[in-house]
Design a protein around this ligand. Structure first.
Ligand SMILES: Cc1cc2nc3c(=O)[nH]c(=O)nc-3n(C[C@H](O)[C@H](O)[C@H](O)COP(=O)(O)OP(=O)(O)OC[C@H]3O[C@@H](n4cnc5c(N)ncnc54)[C@H](O)[C@@H]3O)c2cc1C
Length: 383
C-alpha cells in the first residue's frame, strides 16, 4: 500500500517478523471467519482463548517458567496490532495487563497459580477499576473490601469492564481503607467461576467494538481469601497501576497505527475502483490530497510508535511519552478514520463495510485507558 521505509530498530528482529507472519496467518485463518458471529452475540467464545493460548500467542512475552513463549513485550504488541488489523475482538490487551500486575506484584504462589493458566487461555482475565460513579477519578472508588479473618469480604459494583462477562479472573481495584488519595486502594484477584455473591450484569450495548464484551459487575458479600491481595500489603494499588502505564498506553497506540494503516489500504483500494463523473474517486484531486495527508500521518505515527516500542523494551519509555502516544495516536486514528469513511460515501455508513466498523471502533480509543483529557493533564504536568 504505502511504500513505508522506516529505520530498522533493534526490536524488529527476524523472530518478531516471523511471529508477525504466523500471527497474521493464524488470525486470518482461525479467528477472522468468526468475527461476524461474535459481533452479533456481543462476545468472543471462551474456547477461542484456549486456541490462542495453544498457539503461544496469548501471553507470548512471558517466560516459559510462567507458561509463556519466552518472548518480550514486542511480541504482545505485534499480536495486538494484528488482531486490530483483522478487527478480531480478542482483547489480549486487558489480559496481558492483568498478567503483568500478577507477574510484577504477585507472590511466587500467586504467579504459579494464575500465570500458566492465563498463558494457556484456561483463565481469561479482566481488570475492574471503573465504577458507575468513578472513572477518571479513581479516588472515588467505593467498592469495599473488608478484612474478616483469613478473607476479604467485597461489596460494590463496577462498570464498562472489558471481558467482564467472559473473564474467569478479575483484578479488582477495591477500597481497603478510608485513607485519602491512593493509599486506601488495593488490588485483589478474584477467581469468578462459582464465586458466591459475584454477578455479571448486562453486557453493554456499545456503538462500536461490538464483539468485545463490556459488562457490569456486582459484588455482594463476595468472600475472597486474603491471600488473593496482590503484593501482600494493602494500599499499593496506585503504585501498582502506575508502574504499568507506559506498556498499557503503548497497547492502545499500536492498535491505533495498525487500524490507520488498514483503513488506508481499504480506502485506497476502494477509491481506485469506485467511479463518479467518468473517473475513479481516487482521481479527484481532493481525494489524492486527503489520502496523501492521511498516509503522511500514518508514516509519522509509525516512526513514533516504533521508537516508543524500542524505548519501552529498553526500559526508557517515560510515562509522559506514553501519555503522548496514547492521546495523539488515538486522536489521529479518529481523524484519519473519519476522512477515510467519507470516501466510501453511503457505503461507509453501512456496518457491513469494514471501514464503518473501524470508524465506530476507533471512537473509544480517546475514552478508555485514561481519557485523552486526563492524558493531556498529565503531559502538561511535565512541561
Ligand atoms: C469500551 C470500553 C471498555 C472499557 N474497559 C474498561 C476495563 O476493562 N476496565 C475498567 O476499569 N474500565 C474500563 N472502561 C472504562 C474507562 O476506562 C472509563 O470510561 C474512562 O476512564 C472514563 O471514565 P468515565 O467514563 O467515568 O468518565 P468521567 O471520568 O466521568 O469523564 C467524563 C468527561 O470528563 C472529562 N474529565 C474528567 N476529569 C477531568 C479532568 N480532571 N480534566 C479534564 N477533563 C476531565 C473526561 O475526560 C471525560 O471527557 C472501559 C470503557 C469503555 C467505553
Amino acid at each position: 500500500m504505502i511504500p513505508l521505509q522506516t529505520t530498522r530498530l533493534p526490536w524488529m528482529t527476524e523472530d518478531i517478523a516471523m511471529f508477525r507472519d504466523a500471527a497474521r496467518r493464524f488470525i486470518e485463518g482461525e479467528l477472522a471467519p468468526h468475527c461476524e458471529r461474535w459481533r452479533k452475540q456481543g462476545f468472543v467464545d471462551r474456547e477461542v482463548w484456549r486456541k490462542v493460548g495453544e498457539m503461544g500467542m496469548l501471553l507470548p512475552e512471558l517466560d516459559e517458567e510462567w507458561g509463556g513463549a519466552g518472548g518480550n513485550l514486542a511480541h504482545q504488541l505485534v499480536m495486538v496490532e494484528e488482531l486490530g488489523r483483522a478487527e478480531v475482538p480478542v482483547s489480549t490487551s486487558v489480559h496481558t495487563i492483568a498478567a503483568h500486575y500478577i507477574l510484577d506484584y504477585g507472590t511466587d504462589e500467586q504467579k504459579r497459580r494464575w500465570l500458566p493458566k492465563m498463558a494457556s487461555g484456561e483463565l481469561l482475565a479482566g481488570i475492574a477499576m471503573t465504577e458507575p460513579d468513578a472513572g477518571s477519578d479513581l479516588q472515588g472508588i467505593r467498592t469495599r473490601a473488608v478484612r474478616d479473618g483469613d478473607d476479604y469480604v467485597i461489596n460494590g459494583a463496577k462498570t464498562f469492564i472489558t471481558n467482564g462477562a467472559t473473564a474467569h479472573l478479575l483484578v479488582v481495584v477495591v477500597r481497603t481503607s478510608a485513607e485519602k488519595g491512593g493509599k486506601g486502594l488495593s488490588l485483589i484477584v478474584l477467581e469468578t467461576e462459582g464465586l458466591a455473591g459475584f454477578r455479571v450484569g448486562r453486557i453493554l450495548d456499545k456503538i462500536g467494538q461490538k464483539g468485545s464484551d463490556t459488562a457490569e459487575l456486582f459484588f455482594d458479600d463476595v468472600r475472597v481469601p486474603a491471600a488473593n491481595l496482590l503484593g501482600g500489603a494493602e494500599g499499593q494499588a496506585f503504585a501498582q497501576l502506575m508502574s504499568q502505564l507506559p506498556y498499557e498506553r503503548m497497547l492502545l497506540a499500536v492498535l491505533a497505527i495498525a487500524v490507520i494503516e488498514r483503513a488506508l489500504e481499504l480506502t485506497i483500494d476502494y477509491t481506485k475502483e469506485r467511479k463518479a463523473f467518468g473517473q475513479t474517486v481516487f482521481d479527484f484531486q481532493n481525494t489524492r490530497h486527503k489520502l496523501a495527508e492521511c498516509a503522511t500521518t500514518a508514516h509519522v505515527m509509525r516512526v513514533f510508535v516504533n521508537d516508543c516500542i524500542q524505548r519501552l523494551l529498553d526500559g526508557r519509555l517515560d510515562a509522559t511519552a506514553a501519555y503522548m502516544a496514547k492521546s495523539w495516536c488515538s486522536e489521529q486514528q479518529c481523524k484519519v478514520l473519519d476522512e477515510c469513511l467519507q470516501f466510501f460515501g453511503g457505503y461507509g455508513y453501512m456496518s457491513e463495510y469494514p471501514i464503518a466498523r473501524l470508524w465506530a471502533d476507533a471512537r473509544v480509543q480517546k475514552i478508555y485507558g485514561g481519557t485523552n483529557e486526563i492524558m493531556k493533564e498529565l503531559i502538561a504536568r511535565a512541561l
